[in-house]
Design a protein around this ligand. Structure first.
Ligand SMILES: [Zn+2]
Length: 214
């Protein structure tokens, strides 16, 4: 599902987070405006095109498996959480309190492992540093050097999930998804070429843009 929110701003902004996809619109324009649709479509296609193929076949894990993964990561990082909880969280993937209690969203259970690892490692690293400062990032990088890419892929995974969930109802009605939608649809029915097409067109666009910038 895509939520639209009007704001005092000049451009259309697409935000992807644990709460899903949110499109912020200038006051003078509505969600059905063609320009809005074009921006949303191209942004979502960008997120999806960056997704690794294996994400589509990721299998859910059990709570026990998640606990075990957390235990192993805590060992690796040399930290000892006081308590680890897994529960529904609306706006966050995880949290870490100053008392050493670490909580993870139950959506981690359905995530591809590379994304789950990034979140687990991130929250456990907060047991050493409660902020996102240089030392925190250095610690995170030493265990997960490609964490910025994983963070982007996490956004892509959210887009994938949200669109797949809204497929039957909202997606078609909104009619805003175009190639990104086709990529999802094709993927779900095992037609990898649609996915590739989106990737290809994205690369072409980037090339053109680069040349344009000259
Ligand atoms: Zn954090």
């Amino acid at each position: 599902m895509i939520r639209y929110r009007k704001a005092d701003r000049k451009t259309v902004g697409v935000r992807i987070g644990p709460e899903g996809i949110e499109v912020r619109l200038p006051l003078w324009v509505g969600p059905r405006d063609q320009r809005v649709q074009a921006v949303v479509q191209s942004q979502l296609a960008r997120y999806i095109s960056a997704l690794p193929e294996e994400f589509a076949t990721a299998q859910p894990i059990s709570r026990a498996q998640l606990s075990e993964e957390v235990r192993l990561w805590a060992q690796r990082l040399g930290v000892q959480p006081r308590r680890v909880q897994v529960r529904q969280m609306r706006n966050r993937w995880g949290s870490c309190s100053s008392l050493g209690n670490v909580t993870f969203s139950d959506r981690l259970l359905e995530m591809p492992q590379v994304l789950r690892e990034y979140i687990i490692c991130h929250e456990l690293a907060h047991l050493r540093y409660l902020n996102h400062g240089a030392e925190f990032r250095r610690l995170l990088s030493s265990f997960i050097p490609d964490w910025p890419q994983r963070r982007s892929a996490l956004a892509g995974w959210v887009v994938w999930r949200e669109l797949a969930a809204g497929k039957r109802s909202a997606g078609k009605k909104l009619g805003i998804l175009g190639s990104a939608w086709k990529a999802l649809w094709g993927k779900a029915s095992g037609e990898a070429h649609e996915w590739q097409k989106v990737k290809g067109s994205k690369q072409k666009q980037q090339k053109q843009r680069k040349q344009g910038d000259g």
